[in-house]
Design a protein around this ligand. Structure first.
Ligand SMILES: Cc1ncc(COP(=O)(O)O)c(C=O)c1O
Length: 388
């Protein structure tokens, strides 16, 4: 017997709120209808508020990979020295783009359960003043780890190094402040902590980054990947480079509204509380957290190290089929299972359900867990949080 899907506790896309779902069902209009134009401009302004920036914001119609590839193709130039920080699969992937566009790759890489230390970055920048760009993933979703973007961003800003930041699963789930930290190009997604639909890249671009992109003769122009098209056609002349999905933009505005009504800091703290519940439950089960320490563990997803005899994909499949709980597997980071607590599921009983599903599914596969202690520990933390 196969269970229906009751809980999406994946690492994104995540379940959207009823309000977001209702917005996605708004009538589809012509994209130059004045109401849609107003909605698009409002949504852009709300995205800027969530990203805490006065920089330009582009809403590019495509999964966050579109925004990342657009940034890579605009920023990386042949012969430019780029320092790439790697603590997981998305960081590693950025390195392939750097060399692919002919730039010279420098890398600081740590094991995928750890985070790059800002002091190592500062030392590397000081020893290599030829570095022009630094690339970093704020929240490595497949590893469930975060990086200290504040320290790294400030160090780069002081040294005139352009920063290119993947904050796809970070925005709303960790402190992140584009302007205060002097970040140049940042790419976020709606489908993680913001609880919106997949399919839109939020891209913030500083004046310094525009200077570099304008000076790059090979930066895409008249292309789906083109940030310059968005600047020249849309921001400066009010014409879309291509047709945005009207439905997705309604969903985008709605989930950004909900984030702003809740307050970004409150939203981040909600993710931190959910992570605390999940981690306590995992440890109670007698399992090991994947992240090396609490300091480097993400608040939007809890990664759990699996014993060699438990396969992560088999575990994910079993939890979904038998218990109707959709988890995420390791996605290249290792033999780990991930309990997502992002967006609407970063609260209350959701992480407790995630812990229960992981525990029982491991037991079903022949592993050893203490289900009672897992429940007790997770609920103990939740009870304490709710009593405050
Ligand atoms: C850190 C990070 N970067 C980028 C992406 C975008 O990947 P995709 O467009 O395949 O969702 C994701 C999605 O999981 C991510 O977690």
């Amino acid at each position: 017997m196969s269970a229906p899907l009751d809980f999406t506790l994946s690492a994104g896309p995540v379940a959207a709120s009823p309000r977001t779902l209702a917005a996605l069902g708004e009538p589809i209009t012509y994209h130059y209808d004045p109401d849609f134009l107003a909605l698009f401009r409002r949504t852009q302004a709300k995205a800027a508020q969530v990203m805490q920036t006065t920089n330009d914001v582009l809403l590019m119609q495509g999964e966050a990979i579109l925004g990342l590839e657009a940034g890579a193709s605009a920023l990386f130039t042949p012969g430019a020295h780029v320092l790439n920080l790697v603590q997981g699969v998305f960081g590693k992937g950025m390195g392939y783009w750097i060399t692919g566009f002919g730039a010279i790759l420098h890398e600081i890489e740590v094991p995928y359960n750890d985070a790059v230390d800002p002091s190592d970055v500062i030392a590397y920048l000081d020893a290599n003043p030829q570095i022009e760009i630094l690339t970093v993933v704020a929240s490595e979703t497949p590893s469930g780890t975060v990086c200290n973007i504040e320290a790294i961003g400030r160090a780069c800003a002081e040294r005139g190094v352009v920063t290119f930041v993947d904050v796809v699963s970070g925005v709303g789930g960790m402190p992140f402040n584009v302007d205060a930290w002097g970040l140049d190009v940042c790419v976020a997604g709606l489908q993680k902590c913001l609880g919106g639909p997949p399919g839109v890249s939020i891209v913030t671009v500083s004046p310094r980054a525009w200077e570099r992109i304008n000076a790059n003769p090979d930066a895409p122009r008249d292309s789906y990947l083109s940030m310059l098209d968005w600047k020249i056609k849309w921001l400066e002349n009010g014409a879309f480079p291509y047709t945005p999905s009207v439905s997705d933009m309604h969903g985008a505005e709605s989930c950004l509204d909900q984030a702003l009504e809740e307050g970004i800091d409150n939203m981040i703290q909600r993710h931190a509380r959910a992570a605390e519940v999940a981690r306590a439950g995992v440890l109670g089960l007698g399992l090991e957290l994947w992240a090396k320490s609490d300091d480097v563990a993400a608040w939007c997803v809890t990664s759990v190290r699996l014993a060699d005899n438990i396969d992560h994909v088999e575990l994910r499949t079993l939890a979904r089929a038998r218990y109707g709980v959709m988890l995420s597997s390791g996605q290249g980071a290792g033999n780990l299972i991930r309990i997502g607590h992002m967006g609407p599921t970063a609260r209350g009983m959701y992480p407790v359900v995630g812990v229960a599903a992981v525990g029982q599914a491991i037991r079903d596969l022949g592993g050893t867990v203490d289900l009672g202690a897992g429940h007790e520990q997770a609920m103990g933390v939740l009870a304490r949080q709710m009593a405050l």
